[in-house]
Design a protein around this ligand. Sequence first.
Ligand SMILES: NC(=O)CC[C@H](N)C(=O)O
Length: 359
Amino acid sequence: MKAKLILENGNSFEGIAFGHIQETVGEVVFNTGMTGYQEILTDPSYYGQMVVMTYPLIGNYGINLDDMESTAPKVKALIVRERTAKGSNWRCEMDIEGYLKEMKVMGLAEIDTRALTKTLRNHGTMKGIIVGEDISQEEIQKKINNFSNEDAVKQVTTKEIYSVEGAGKHIAIIDFGMKKNILRSFSKRNCRITVFPYNVGAEEILSVNPDGIFLSNGPGDPKALTDNIATIKKLTEKKPILGICLGHQLLALSLGGNTERLKFGHHGCNHPVKDLIKNKIYITSQNHDYVVDGGSLPEEVIVTHVNLNDNTIEGIQHEFLPIFSVQFHPEASPGPQDTAYIFDKFMELLDKEDYNAKR
Ligand SMILES: NC(=O)CC[C@H](N)C(=O)O
């Protein structure tokens, strides 16, 4: 069945619908990774977004159920040039079309993804709608305008507190839509973990007396989370903190900084980032549309990482307090694992600081 993606500026792209076929509205972003479509589909930070893969062949290694970053896809739609009908890999358990069908996610193939990506790059991220049949321009505009992703974090956070056993440090996580590999990364380092829903209060977190606090990735605009920013502010003087992506942005906001929207975001697996402290360049995994405004940071907050493609802020650290955060994804999934040292840096900080003993 033919279907069209219509962007809010009126540009339209015709392709073939696959997976769970339904009219779909969302924000359209492009991802430049050559692989990793399973992790992308299930990364909660994509909640409300339709993802265009710039690599032309998607689905070639099929789907396995081990590489998911959450229990079900969070993207609104997957847009590709060519989908492989039959995945081929020793771990493959099903093909991508069957998976999207089962999970009720819209797919759109045979799209000129190069032209679509150039449009998004030149114009900036836009909302769009996928429709099967022609509907009036007026109706399209109305549906696009009505789309809002404001309660995204509420939709993807854990509903209940849960813990993961471990013999090492106790980490309290605020889950804004956490990727599974963050849990795996802490477990690998023997941590005991308590995961809280996004709207947890500072007192509740402190009542479990964790060694450190982790602020997770998540969807949407960080500035919309005003209550959470206030909670984090209360925690900054109390415990060591690590933030990743949305967690990094929220930490920066709680320290008095500002965030802004990037024109078309960073979504991919090959973004060069310089660690200014180590004076070393790493290839990083990225998925964000917002960024910390460097000029907005107070004096006691040091910029530790910059993106070498566009010089945006990729990491910060407090000069006196044991708190730091990164915009990229040290947990990778998908992408290179070069920056896993960020988790080790946090572990070393917890050991070295013995911050809790001083309080
Ligand atoms: N991966 C993330 O945590 C994304 C953070 C935020 N929602 C952004 O788009 O910038």
